[in-house]
Design a protein around this ligand. Structure first.
Ligand SMILES: [Zn+2]
Length: 195
């Protein structure tokens, strides 16, 4: 499986087993900083529908196919998703997500060498009905020196809203938090980088 660059047609990355989590996406050649690597594709559904779809997987399944577009819309990469869904989380990522016209793109924030695993910071949101061990369920194994130990944001040590979300140079606009009223904990969603 390969991620194809729309511009050049040459595969930018290959999907194979990752030591971090399941399968991962690995650079097939040098990717320059600023390169738009792939669009995060999947069926666009409401937050409510996303929760309904993944409810039966249970709160202990840490696979995340959902990406927040805004307060109304979630991209479900589990339905019609592309290889973007295999890009893993890292606390010291080489990519970021960019929200543009309600579409989500993954771009390189530094030059990536062939064979390097692509990753971005998922910044999975917290919810009041999270199980007490939610940080263990969504534990991060990125192995980076600054690893915060969880794919969630903010870290458990920080009160909700106290810590600024990590971001790169550009200006910030975060997606509104998802609202959901349901029985089990809401399925975790990846969030766009702050702009
Ligand atoms: Zn980490």
């Amino acid at each position: 499986m390969t991620g194809k660059s729309a511009a050049r047609g040459a595969p930018l990355f290959k999907v194979r087993r990752s030591r971090v989590h399941g399968r991962g996406a690995f650079a097939a050649r040098r990717i320059r900083k600023g390169t738009r690597i792939i669009e995060y594709l999947g069926e666009r559904v409401s937050h409510q529908e996303a929760d309904r779809r993944y409810e039966e997987r249970g709160a202990r399944d840490s696979h995340t196919f959902l990406f927040i577009v805004d307060a109304r819309t979630v991209i479900d990469a589990g339905a019609g998703g592309n290889e973007a869904r295999f890009i893993n989380h890292s606390c010291n990522p080489n990519c970021e997500t960019v929200l543009e016209g309600r579409r989500v793109f993954i771009e390189a924030i530094r030059t990536i060498q062939p064979g390097e695993e692509l990753n971005y910071d998922y910044q999975l949101g917290r919810a009041p009905d999270d199980p007490p061990d939610v940080d263990e369920i969504y534990a991060c194994r990125c192995g980076q020196a600054n690893c915060r130990g969880t794919m969630l944001w903010p870290p458990a040590s920080e009160p909700q809203g106290a810590a600024p979300r990590p971001h790169t140079a550009r200006r910030a606009k975060r997606a509104p938090p998802a609202k959901s009223a349901k029985r089990g904990p809401a399925r975790k969603r990846k969030q766009p980088a702050l702009r």
